[in-house]
Design a protein around this ligand. Structure first.
Ligand SMILES: NC(=O)c1ccc[n+]([C@@H]2O[C@H](COP(=O)([O-])OP(=O)(O)OC[C@H]3O[C@@H](n4cnc5c(N)ncnc54)[C@H](O)[C@@H]3O)[C@@H](O)[C@H]2O)c1
Ligand SMILES: [Zn+2]
Ligand SMILES: [Zn+2]
Length: 341
């Protein structure tokens, strides 16, 4: 079966892997669309783990229902890609996102669970959700990254009238900005090093203003706009300069939500966070309820994430998509993969 796997540093390519067959428990799903995520970009840059078939955001149809007897062959579905144990304190309190086992066998994020950059996947049935007919495959593939933004904004606890900075105008930053506005923020600013992406955020209506992170007056501009700092800063990049600017632009007593995933330990000015008594809150993935909420919000037309989809490519063009997404000037946001193209 044709799939795309990590071959080396900044290199993925088409690979033949064994077609998944059901063991009576796992559900077999034919992939219709899969998303390229910023986390996949980190793996692509590192070239690791070698051989990994990525893809944890997808829309598909059921080929074999495994132990999910409530599903039928042909049902349109997606799922949370994570592998929580279901038994620990985190799982029992509705927070599978920080179960110690959640990434162990995660779809497209662990070597033993090849992901959706492929024609078919096999996945545990418990986190599969049926998707409404009025959603396209493209929209369904966008549910996962949308839920990341919803979770981050829930944790941010944005008050009506709050001034919010979103650092990073990739898909995670854009959906976070969208939900921050919905929560009642009076000002939503997106900062970017890539001005094409920063301008996108304003053009697409999710940000009131774009601030150029490379501008030497970035900090002064932030302070002038907010009279002393943002109430909430959502960091959606995962590198040292971005986390540093989050701490610098947050007002005393404000809150920084760390959404970006740094692959290495990074250096940040903690003293400034101490002196301003800034609350630093990590945000990982989503709960099952938030994931389901995103399906409902899309289906009820309360949010539209389709403007964030820039392109759909076949498996053969995935390498080119990674190159484009990391060139620092492209205005593309989400690139989806169609394994049947
Ligand atoms: N916490 C979670 O659950 C979760 C889930 C998905 C993705 N992520 C992480 O969130 C981050 C964003 O994901 P994405 O898919 O949007 O990635 P992306 O790579 O498409 O977007 C990141 C953007 O940040 C910009 N950027 C880099 N440095 C910057 C700086 N100093 N200031 C302003 N902008 C800067 C880049 O130009 C880029 O457009 C990644 O680190 C990803 O791994 C976290
Ligand atoms: Zn992702
Ligand atoms: Zn658990």
């Amino acid at each position: 079966m044709k799939s795309v796997a990590i071959k080396g540093v900044k290199e993925v390519g088409v690979s033949e892997i064994e077609e998944p067959i059901s063991d009576g428990k796992k559900v077999i799903i034919e992939i219709k669309k899969a998303g390229i995520c910023g986390s996949d970009i980190h793996n692509w840059v590192a070239g690791a783990p070698q051989g990994l078939v990525m893809g944890h955001e997808y829309a598909g149809i059921v080929l074999d229902r495994g132990d999910r007897t409530d599903l039928n062959v042909g049902d349109r579905v997606t799922s949370l890609p994570i592998s929580p144990c279901g038994e620990c304190q985190a799982c029992k309190t509705g927070n599978p996102q920080y179960c110690a086992h959640t990434w162990e066998h995660a779809l497209g994020l662990s070597l033993d669970n090849p992901g959706a950059y492929s024609k078919k996947i096999a996945i545990n049935g418990d986190l599969i959700l049926k998707t409404p007919d009025n959603l396209t495959d493209e929209e369904v593939a966008m549910v996962e990254p949308t839920a990341v933004g919803l979770h981050a904004v829930h944790l941010a606890d944005i008050k009506v009238g709050a001034k919010v900075l979103v650092i990073g105008g990739g898909i995670i930053g854009l959906v976070s900005a969208l939900f921050a506005k919905k929560e009642g923020a009076s000002l939503v600013v997106v900062s970017e090093t890539n001005s094409a992406r920063g301008n996108n955020a304003v053009r697409l209506g999710v940000a009131d203003k774009f601030l150029d992170a490379k501008d030497e007056n970035f900090l002064a501009n932030s302070m002038a706009l907010t009279n002393g700092g943002f109430d909430v800063v959502l960091e959606c990049c995962g590198n040292s300069p971005a986390v540093t600017s989050a701490i610098m632009t947050c007002r005393p007593g404000g809150k920084v939500i760390l959404v970006g995933v740094a692959t290495d330990a990074i250096t940040v000015p903690t003293t400034l966070a101490v002196l301003k008594e800034i609350e630093l809150q990590g945000a990982i993935a989503y709960t099952k309820e938030e994931f389901a909420s995103c399906i409902d919000l899309m289906s009820n037309k309360q949010i539209d994430v389709m403007p964030f989809v820039s392109e759909v490519v076949p498996l053969e063009k995935v390498q080119d998509a990674f190159v484009e997404l990391t060139n620092g000037t492209s205005d593309k946001i989400k690139i989806l993969i169609d394994p049947n193209m």
